[in-house]
Design a protein around this ligand. Sequence first.
Ligand SMILES: Cc1cc2nc3c(=O)[nH]c(=O)nc-3n(C[C@H](O)[C@H](O)[C@H](O)COP(=O)(O)OP(=O)(O)OC[C@H]3O[C@@H](n4cnc5c(N)ncnc54)[C@H](O)[C@@H]3O)c2cc1C
Ligand code: SF4
Length: 343
Amino acid sequence: MRPFDYVRADDPAGAVAAAAERPGAAYLAGGTNLVDHLKLGITAPDLLVDLGRLDLADIEELPDGGLRVGAMVRNSDLAADPRVRRDHPMLSRALLSGASGQLRNAATTGGNLLQRTRCVYFQDPTTPCNKRAPGSGCSALGGYTRYHAILGASDACIATHPSDMAVALTALDATVVVLGNDGEKRLPLTTLHRLPGDEPERDTVLEHGDLITAIELPPPDRAARTRSTYRKIRDRASYAFALVSVAAVLELDPDAARPTILSARIALGGVAHAPWRARRAEQLLAGAPATRESFRQAAAAELEQARPVAGNEFKVTMAQGVMVSVLAELAGLDEENKEPRDE
Ligand SMILES: Cc1cc2nc3c(=O)[nH]c(=O)nc-3n(C[C@H](O)[C@H](O)[C@H](O)COP(=O)(O)OP(=O)(O)OC[C@H]3O[C@@H](n4cnc5c(N)ncnc54)[C@H](O)[C@@H]3O)c2cc1C
Ligand code: SF4
């Protein structure tokens, strides 16, 4: 038995105050990740601050046409929201590709972002793991690496971030709203999760007591020239984490004589300690013709940085293939002819 205290917060400021004064405190949202970790003995907070009563379960329209998604909005409600489905179908798809219907009914927006890695060794307290027990070693190196990182890893940790939603939000350039001891701060979602470096125990840049209160989605680009989607490759059709996933937004120039890319925003999941924004590929694609060759070159340039370990080399080819396939789909390239008809 490990005793711990439990409080229900009535408002965000009360939650932050309760957590800030106890270094061993943890927030409890839907509990679908944290409660498993309590049972497995992966974490042992001495205080649980229950967020269930916080008035953070609404999706509101912002003056600029964007959406503010409260941290306690359930994954199923976010995926089903008509405005999200219309303006950000990529986000709905990402959410619906995760977990199961029952889990999505309980899981929250804040909790989904801050869920911890599914590395099998992290979840097994009998094995060394630098993330769970800093300095104890990394059992994944030389072990089971199928779900592990090929980009941005370190000698201390090769874990991946498991969230599908976070990958879509990364490609969407969402903003995270955080209430901390020093007041409210707003940060681009692309900066929330960190690479492991020599501190793999830190998943994000948040400080103890920081409470995610909302995610803000930018106003939609309803122009027909912008298309987006999310694709997830996994070992079985449902109830499995991503081996590789791709969220992509492609903006095509309708006035160009040949199909041309104005801009691309691409994020990869299942390949790094954080959702991986494919900046190299994006730079190469801006202004390039919308052809398979452009997509191949961009994907190859992005994956040039890959450093797979024994057992997950296949993910490099897989990530390139999915990137090319997703981008070609968004560009409307004919599957059989492999290039636009007018080329
Ligand atoms: C069998 C199974 C399969 C799954 N498959 C997938 C999948 O395919 N794809 C996927 O993306 N996810 C998957 N998940 C993970 C699931 O999406 C997460 O467990 C869930 O989103 C976590 O949300 P929660 O509200 O339950 O968080 P909790 O478990 O309550 O909390 C998770 C963490 O976030 C912290 N936290 C929660 N809310 C806040 C906040 N507002 N501010 C600061 N800290 C906070 C908690 O302290 C805790 O550390 C799966 C889970 C299970 C059990
Ligand atoms: S990859 Fe990271 S989480 Fe997994 S065992 Fe190594 S240190 Fe732990």
